[in-house]
Design a protein around this ligand. Structure first.
Ligand code: ADP
Ligand code: ASP
Ligand code: MG
Length: 405
C-alpha cells in the first residue's frame, strides 16, 4: 500500500466524459489498496473565461474579487470528480482549499502557502476515502479566499504531497511528460526521462507552462520527487528530482518560450544613485516580478532603464511608476507587449563554454534580432520579436541537436 498524491490538469477533467475516465483511473489505483489524495484543476478554459467576464465589467477588478471568482472553476470539478467516483462505487469526498487546511499569505492572485493543516485529510484517508482537493486555492488568516497564481494546481499537489508525506506525487497532464521544448511548437522535441529541479524551475519560469514554476521551487525546497505524465495513456513520464552528477554531461536540456512578457522602457531619468532603486522599489511594492533588466550608459546625466515584467502586470506597473517619476527626473514610460523571451536551459552550462555563441549564431543565421540578453549559471535568455518566437525555438532546438540526444 502506498500513499499517492495525483493532480489532474484542466484538459484531463475538461468535460464529463473525461472526468469519468479520471474516476476510473483513480478507482483502479484505489482498488490496489493505495491511499489517494487527488488535486484537480478547473475544466480547461474556465479560469480564462471567468477572468474575461470580470474584465468585461471593470478594467481593473480588485484582486480579492478575482480570487473569489477564479476559485469557482475548481469547485465545479472537485464535486464532479467526487460524484463520478461515488458513481463507480468509490467512497470519495471533495474539499475546497480552505477545507483542506491550505493557509496562505494575504497576496491575492499569487498567494504563497504558509501552512497546511492536513488533519481533516488524514482522517478521511484513515476512513478509506479518496480525498479530492480543489487546486489553485487557499485561505488567508482573515478568512478570505486566495489563489496561488496561474497553473497553481501544481503547487497544491506538491504542497499536499509534502504535508501528507506521500510516497508518490504524480502530475497528470495532456502531454507524456516534460519535453526538450513545447511539443506543440517544436514537433521533433523529445520526452525527457528525468530532469533536475533547477532545470525544471528555469524552464518553468521561462515559459514552459507544463509545470508552474513556484510548484517546482516548493518541490525542491521540501524534496518532493514527482512525475509528470499523461492522463490519456499509461506511458512512463518524466521524473523531476535533485540533480545528480551525470546530468551535467548534457549541456542544454531544453528550450522555452515565454510570450506573456512585456518590455518596459523608462527613459529620460536622472543618472544618479537611487534612481533605479526607486523605480524597482515601486514595482516590488506593487508585487510585480521584474525579470530582465538593462540600464544603458547615461549621457548628459540622463539614463534609460529597460526591463521585462509579466504582460498581465503592465497596467499595474504603469500605475506604480507614476508617483516615482518626478523624483527620478520626470522620465517617460513606454510599454512594448509584442515581444517574447527565448531561453535555453541546462545544468551542463556550468562546465561547458560556447552556449551563448551557438545560440546567437543560430538566431543570426535565421535573421532574428536580439533585443535583450541575460544569463544565469544554467540559462541564457534573449528577448526577440514575438512573431519570430516559435521559429526561434525550433532554430535553437536544432542548433543544440536536442532531437538527437
Ligand atoms: P494542465 O492543464 O494539465 O496543467 P498545462 O496546459 O498547464 O496543462 O501544461 C501542459 C502543456 O504545456 C502542454 O500541452 C504543452 O503544450 C505545454 N508545454 C510547454 N512546454 C513544454 C515542455 N517543455 N514539455 C511538455 N509540455 C510543454
Ligand atoms: N485553473 C487554474 C489556471 O487555469 C489553475 C490550474 O489550472 O492549475 O491557472
Ligand atoms: Mg498547468
Amino acid at each position: 500500500m502506498a500513499r499517492i498524491v495525483q493532480k489532474y490538469g484542466g484538459t484531463s477533467v475538461g468535460d464529463v466524459e473525461r472526468i469519468k475516465k479520471v474516476a476510473l483511473r483513480i478507482k483502479a489505483i484505489r482498488d490496489q489498496g493505495n491511499e489517494l489524495v487527488v488535486v484537480v484543476s478547473a475544466r480547461a478554459g474556465v479560469t480564462n473565461e471567468l477572468l474575461a467576464r470580470a474584465k468585461s465589467l471593470a478594467a481593473n477588478p480588485s484582486d480579492r474579487e478575482l480570487d473569489m471568482l477564479l476559485a469557482v472553476g475548481e469547485q465545479e470539478t472537485i464535486a464532479l470528480t467526487a460524484i463520478a467516483l461515488q458513481g463507480v462505487g468509490v467512497d470519495a469526498v471533495s474539499y475546497t482549499g480552505a477545507q483542506a487546511g491550505i493557509f496562505t499569505d494575504k497576496v491575492h492572485t499569487k498567494a504563497k502557502i504558509k501552512t497546511i493543516n492536513a488533519q481533516p485529510i488524514e482522517k478521511d484517508l484513515k476512513a478509506g476515502r479518496v480525498v479530492i482537493v480543489a487546486g489553485f486555492q487557499g485561505i488567508n488568516e482573515e478568512g478570505h479566499i486566495t489563489t496561488l497564481g496561474r497553473g497553481g494546481s501544481d503547487l497544491t499537489a506538491i504542497a499536499l504531497a509534502a504535508a501528507v508525506q506521500a510516497d508518490k506525487c504524480e502530475i497528470y497532464t495532456d502531454v507524456d511528460g516534460v519535453y526538450t521544448a513545447d511539443p506543440r511548437v517544436v514537433p521533433d522535441a523529445r520526452k525527457l526521462p528525468e530532469i533536475s529541479y533547477d532545470e525544471m524551475l528555469e524552464l518553468a519560469s521561462s515559459g514552459s507552462k507544463v509545470m508552474q514554476s513556484r510548484s517546482v521551487e516548493f518541490a525542491e525546497k521540501y524534496g518532493v520527487v514527482f512525475e509528470v505524465r499523461s492522463s490519456f495513456n499509461y506511458n512512463p513520464g518524466t521524473i523531476v528530482k535533485q540533480e545528480v552528477a551525470y546530468m551535467e554531461k548534457v549541456v542544454v536540456r531544453g528550450v522555452a518560450v515565454d510570450k506573456d512578457q512585456a518590455k518596459i522602457i523608462v527613459s529620460n531619468i536622472l543618472d544618479k544613485p537611487g534612481s533605479a532603486a526607486s523605480v524597482f522599489r515601486a514595482l516590488a511594492d506593487a508585487n510585480i516580478i521584474v525579470d530582465m533588466i538593462v540600464q544603458n550608459v547615461g549621457r548628459n546625466g540622463i539614463a534609460n532603464l529597460t526591463f521585462t515584467v509579466p504582460q498581465v502586470d503592465t497596467g499595474k506597473a504603469q500605475k506604480a511608476l507614476e508617483p516615482v517619476l518626478d523624483a527620478v527626473g520626470g522620465g517617460h514610460v513606454a510599454v512594448h507587449e509584442h515581444i517574447a523571451k527565448l531561453s535555453v536551459v541546462g545544468v551542463g552550462m556550468k562546465t561547458h563554454s560556447g552556449v551563448a555563441a551557438t545560440l546567437f549564431q543560430a538566431l543570426a543565421d535565421a535573421n532574428i534580432n536580439i533585443e535583450l540578453i541575460t544569463t544565469s549559471e544554467i540559462k541564457i535568455s534573449v528577448v526577440i520579436d514575438e512573431d519570430r518566437a516559435d521559429e526561434a525555438a525550433r532554430v535553437a532546438h536544432a542548433a543544440f541537436k536536442l532531437n538527437e540526444l
